[in-house]
Design a protein around this ligand. Structure first.
Ligand code: NAP
Length: 295
C-alpha cells in the first residue's frame, strides 16, 4: 500500500485547515492535488478561504467551525504562532473530535492541550521551508517536515508527509526548538547581512544594489555551502591571514559603526572555523583575534 493509500484509509473523513495564509493555502492545494479530501476550510477573513475552497472543491468553509461534524479527521491549525493557544482555548475539547495539529516551528505540541488534556491526538507538524507567498505548493518537494507530539498521530502523519512529497523527521520538543533556532542562522539571519552589505555600499556612494553586485558570487558561495562543509568552502582574508585587509575594513567601518560589532563577531567565528582546518598557516591568528576582539 502506498503512503497515500494507507493515510487515506487512516483518515477517511479527510482534513480541515484553519488559517489559509501562506502555509495553510499551500498545504491545502498540495493535499488536494495529491488526492486528499479537504473537508473544510476556515480563516479569520472569509475571502482568502473562499478562494482556496473553490480550487480544492471544499464545500464547507467559513470563519470558525460551526459544527464538529464539519471537521475532518485531522485539523491543521496554520495560524500565527501567538494565535494557536488562544484558538485552542476558544475551541476547547470536542467530544469524539478530530486530531489537532499545528504547523509552528517554535511552539511545542502541548500548546494544544486545551483541545486534548491527556495529550492524545495532538501534534505539531513543521515544514522546514519558507512559504513567502500563498499557494506555493511546490515548496513541499523534498522538504523536511518535523513531527512532534502524540506518537499515535505522528506515525500516520509521516505517511501524509511522504505522500505530499516531503521528508518526515520525528523530533522531541527540545529538538524542535533547536531545528527552528538552527534555521534562523542559515536563513533568517541572511537578511540583516544583506542589509549590512547594502548600507556599506550606500554609505560609500555606490549606487548599486547589493543583490545585483554580489548575486553571482552569492550563488557560487551557496552552491559550495550546500555541497561541502562550512570550513571546506572558506575563502577570504581570515583564511589567508591577511591582517592588513582586516585593518582596511575596520577603517571603512569607522564611518559605518552600526555594522562594526557584527563584523567583529562574525570575524571571530570565521577565524575559529579556519583554525579547525589542517595544513593552514596560523601565524597571523593572534593579530587577527586582537582586531576582532577590539583589544
Ligand atoms: N510561512 C512560512 O514560511 C512558514 C513555514 C513553516 C511554518 N510556518 C508556520 O505556519 C503558521 C502560519 O504561518 P503563515 O506564514 O502561513 O502565516 P500567515 O500567512 O500570516 O497566515 C495566517 C492565517 O491565519 C489566519 N488567522 C489569524 N488568526 C486567525 C484566527 N483566530 N482564526 C482563523 N484564522 C486566523 C489569517 O487570516 P487573515 O487572512 O484574516 O489575516 C491568515 O490567513 C505559523 O505557525 C508559522 O510559524 C510558516
Amino acid at each position: 500500500m502506498t503512503p497515500f493509500e494507507s493515510s487515506r484509509q487512516q483518515f477517511p473523513r479527510g482534513f480541515t485547515i484553519i488559517g489559509t495564509g501562506r502555509l495553510g493555502s499551500s498545504l491545502a492545494l498540495r493535499m488536494h492535488n495529491k488526492g486528499y479530501q479537504i473537508r473544510s476550510l476556515y480563516n479569520r477573513s472569509l475571502e482568502s478561504c473562499e478562494r482556496i475552497a473553490s480550487v480544492t472543491e471544499t464545500e464547507i468553509f467559513g470563519t470558525f467551525p460551526a459544527r464538529p461534524a464539519d471537521l475532518g479527521d485531522v485539523v491543521f491549525l496554520c495560524l500565527p504562532d501567538d494565535q494557536i493557544g488562544p484558538f485552542a482555548k476558544k475551541m476547547g475539547v470536542v467530544k469524539e473530535g478530530p486530531a489537532w495539529v499545528h504547523t509552528s516551528g517554535a511552539t511545542p505540541a502541548d500548546v494544544l492541550l486545551p483541545l486534548s488534556p491527556d495529550g492524545s491526538g495532538i501534534a505539531s507538524m513543521h515544514p522546514v521551508q519558507t512559504f513567502t507567498i500563498r499557494n506555493r505548493e511546490s515548496a513541499f518537494n523534498q522538504c523536511f517536515v518535523t513531527l512532534q507530539g502524540d506518537p499515535g498521530l505522528c506515525v500516520p502523519l509521516e505517511k501524509v508527509i511522504q505522500a505530499i512529497g516531503g521528508r518526515p523527521l520525528m523530533v522531541d520538543s527540545r529538538q524542535k526548538t533547536a531545528i527552528h533556532l538552527a534555521a534562523v542562522y542559515v536563513c533568517n539571519y541572511m537578511a540583516p547581512l544583506f542589509a549590512a552589505s547594502q548600507d556599506l555600499l550606500d554609505d560609500n556612494g555606490l549606487e548599486v544594489r547589493a543583490r545585483d553586485l554580489f548575486g553571482p558570487m552569492v550563488r557560487q558561495a551557496m552552491d559550495g555551502l550546500l555541497s561541502h562543509s562550512p570550513a571546506e568552502v572558506l575563502t577570504g582574508p581570515v583564511l589567508r591571514g591577511d591582517t592588513g585587509t582586516i585593518d582596511r575594513h575596520l577603517q571603512v567601518l569607522a564611518d559605518s559603526p552600526k555594522w562594526e560589532h557584527l563584523y567583529r563577531v562574525l570575524g571571530k567565528a570565521t577565524l575559529e572555523l579556519a583554525q579547525s582546518l589542517e595544513n593552514r598557516n596560523h601565524a597571523a591568528d593572534d593579530e587577527m583575534m586582537k582586531r576582532f576582539s577590539g583589544t
